[in-house]
Design a protein around this ligand. Sequence first.
Ligand code: IPE
Ligand code: IPE
Ligand code: MG
Length: 262
Amino acid sequence: MPLEQVLTSIPSGHPDEALARQVNFDRLPVHVAIIMDGNGRWAAQRHLPRVEGHRAGIDAVRDTVETAARLGIRVLTLYAFSIENWKRPAAEVSTLMLLLKRYLRSELNTLLSNDIRFRVIGRMEELGRDVQEELTTAIDRTAKNSGMLFNIALNYGGRAEIVDAARRAMESGLRPEDLDEERFAGFLYTAGQPDPDLLIRTSGEMRVSNYLLWQIAYAEIYVTETLWPDFRRTHLLEAVLAYQKRERRYGGIKAPAAIGAQ
Ligand code: IPE
Ligand code: IPE
Ligand code: MG
């Protein structure tokens, strides 16, 4: 009972209770992808160094993972570090990696007790040895879990992913005439996973920043002004409710029932 699972985590009388009751659990987005943005601006508003924004962003990650799992979201993909983020000052990059390692160490038990399967998408082999070890531990220990799949996009770039997929397709010996969209998707980092239904970006920027370029072809995009460190259950519920008001067409026309209803 996903509604009950969500309600048990909400203090009674809290405004999130009313939001949770509005969710149609038969029409949940199967895959939610999030561009976690605005940590630096959150810190700047408080006259703090940028890394304090990243530190505060961990609480938003915890809350979002828990809420998504309770709601019954099947796949959650969080954009944590892009290939382009290497352009940032070395000290900021190393703090991000340190925070990631700490997060994995402190949250592994929570992931296990919530039956969450953890995966990485991105060029993981280019990350530091210590980070790779921590990631591999979390991937291996949660591999048999069958609840929510939690992908973290790390050293990830959408174009790099497509190039990597093209290389793998060529190496596989597949004949060009046998390549189609479905087979190609099988060479992506997200092989076997459904495409995102809902793409959330925090902090108000209206761009996709090289995120899941292939997979978001028909995702519904939701942009909130909320900065990532402030993102909580309320905001995820609001995003899901907004998604449920959208009409998805995939290039077709309005569903006959919807036309009749007008
Ligand atoms: C998102 O916040 C976190 C990462 C990209 C790792 P930013 O660090 O991009 O924050 P802003 O966009 O500068 O506010
Ligand atoms: C996208 O945010 C990358 C992550 C959230 C990891 P950025 O802050 O790097 O994106 P741009 O530079 O504003 O496009
Ligand atoms: Mg940013």
